[in-house]
Write a protein that binds this ligand. Structure first.
Ligand code: AMP
Ligand code: GLY
Length: 428
């Protein structure tokens, strides 16, 4: 079977790399892809939002399954467009993708389904949101724009004045466009954050091992929020018992509520959770694999990913064996370009990729890379996801950083403490 992966990040490189290992897969295309997917698969020069061209390409190239990486085409209805053309695509419909694309929709659904989450209020009018804050006790809150904002629409605030300033910034500018048509003000939760991803066909749920992302730019969880500076899997903060609680109190009721709302969910349901003193609470849902969580997850997956994704699309997930996992943990360190998550340069040649690739138990996934004059160059903020497995989390970390040391370009940097949280609380 031929496969088309839509997107161009580290997540899509990992998906294409893993799918290409399936004995049932002939060719893997990635649209538009990066320099890494050009090596492990074949790049197709079509943007992720050009549905008409993607559909035509899939029809002309005998594509049996399209796998959509990012949230933006999902929220714009790519899976519905493919279905209308009688093509199979992995991911939720436009209506189901609202779980990520509208925080107000998500909050309402969580409330209906009685899923633990932060208390929240939604406002159409920024002035009303500010008045609400002034009328309450001065407690830490989080201010969020309703729609997709590539992680930039969330303001975690301490004092009331900070929250009011965030609301003013959202209300005044054109920064967030339509995404800011509603504002959510919610209680700030404390605890450790984890990502629990599940694959579901709307009836059966296959929960994947828990991961932990590192969202802040700098060591010790300091600095601005980013798309994610590294991740590891499994996250020992979620033990077996907690995982059952998350399945029973979070994932299952959400899937049922989506079905009842006539928005059956098929694809990856990614719960961003805070482990609070009162148990796990949902911070947000994503409707796709996490980036970078996908990289350490797929590094450990021993089963055929195509079997899982196909069974999901065909609604027969209950018929297949649960996936098998490498018992060894994995760690992914994101290498970024100077300036990220702000402005950064492009076009610097990257050296040492061959040397890193020779190390055992290592895979360097590309994110923001391109090929220029036969040379791999930096072409984004997050450039590479250097991923390794090891007998312990510490060993996986050491191996990932050994590979990081081989690689250099002008302006390259990374966090030095990816996975330390796990080791600090649980030993290696
Ligand atoms: P979201 O896009 O809703 O996941 O928010 C992005 C990040 O903001 C999360 O990964 C958390 O680190 C933080 N965050 C969001 N909501 C809350 C909350 N209610 N309490 C504390 N932190 C939060
Ligand atoms: N790593 C966070 C995300 O994919 O949204």
């Amino acid at each position: 079977m031929n496969i088309l992966v839509v997107g161009n990040g580290g997540r899509e490189h990992a998906l294409a790399w893993k799918l290409a290992k399936s004995p049932r897969v002939e060719r893997v295309f990635v649209a538009p892809g990066n320099a890494g997917t050009a090596i492990d698969a074949e790049n197709v020069d079509i943007a992720a939002n050009d549905f008409a061209k993607l559909i035509k390409f899939a029809q002309q190239n005998d594509v049996g399954l399209t796998v959509v990486g990012p949230e933006v085409p999902l929220a714009a209805g790519i899976v519905d467009a493919f279905a209308a053309a009688k093509l199979r695509a992995f991911g939720p419909s436009k209506l189901a993708a609202e779980l990520e694309a509208s925080k107000v929709f998500c909050k309402n659904l969580l409330r209906q389904a009685d899923v633990p989450t932060a208390d929240a209020q939604a406002f159409r009018n920024p002035a009303a949101a500010a008045r609400y804050l002034m009328s309450r006790e001065d407690v830490p809150v989080v201010v969020k724009v309703d729609g997709l904002a590539a992680g930039k629409g969330v303001f975690v605030c301490g004092k009331r004045a900070e929250a009011v300033a965030a609301i003013e910034r959202i209300g005044e500018g054109t920064e967030f466009g339509e995404a800011a048509s509603q504002i959510v003000v919610e209680e700030r939760l404390d605890g450790e954050e984890v990502s629990v991803l599940a694959i579901t066909d709307g009836r059966t749920i296959v929960t994947l091992p828990p991961c932990q992302d590192h969202k802040r730019a700098f060591d010790g969880d300091q600095g601005p929020n980013t798309g994610g500076m590294g991740a590891y899997c499994p996250a020992p903060v979620v033990d077996e018992r907690t995982m059952r609680v998350i399945e029973e109190q979070v994932l299952v009721p959400t899937i049922h509520a989506m079905k009842r709302s006539r928005r059956p969910f098929r694809g990856v349901l990614y719960a961003g959770l805070m482990m609070t003193n009162q148990g796990p609470k949902v911070l947000e849902y994503n409707v796709r694999f996490g980036d970078p969580e996908c990289q350490p997850l797929l590094m450990r997956l021993e089963s055929d990913l195509l079997d899982l994704l196909e069974a999901t699309v065909d609604r027969r997930l209950e018929e297949i064996d649960p996936p098998a996992w490498d018992p060894r943990p994995s760690v992914c360190v994101v290498m970024a370009s100077d300036g990220y998550p702000g402005a950064y340069k492009r076009g610097q040649p990257i050296r040492g990729l061959d040397e890193a690739a020779k190390l055992p138990d290592v895979k360097v996934f590309h994110a923001g890379t391109a090929t220029m004059d036969g040379q791999v160059v930096a072409n984004g903020g997050r450039v590479l996801g250097v991923t390794a497995v090891g007998t312990t989390i510490s060993a996986a970390k050491r191996q990932a950083y050994t590979a990081v040391k081989c690689i250099r370009w002008d302006g390259a940097w990374c966090r030095k403490d990816i996975s330390d949280k796990a080791v600090a609380s649980f030993g290696s």
